[in-house]
Design a protein. Sequence first.
Length: 119
Amino acid sequence: MKFPRFIPENSTAVEHTHGVVYTYSQGQRLLAVAYSGKRSKVEWHFRFRNEEQRNQRIREFFASLDAHAQYKAQQHEKRRQPHTLAVSDVIYNSWAMTRPTLTFTKWSRRLRTSFGCNP
């Protein structure tokens, strides 16, 4: 069951490519509620002392959404780069919970996006 977004009455929407902020006032109080993407869960819902603080917080929120989208694009591009392993390379892996375990794996065949290995 999807819950609808809380959109205050008489609010002004400040839209962005990755989110939206609804600004409104109750008496003397200045408020804003922010959503990212298509989510119905509130990112933040704050009260502000003045208009400058509210606008600053909105700018920071949109900047963080842009930075996150840029990071996702960089990671996507990084994952699409081919790996540098060659057939017969030995891969070393170490991990430990209670005692150290070492694993040496020899790379046996090249696949399109991954590799096949023999322990």
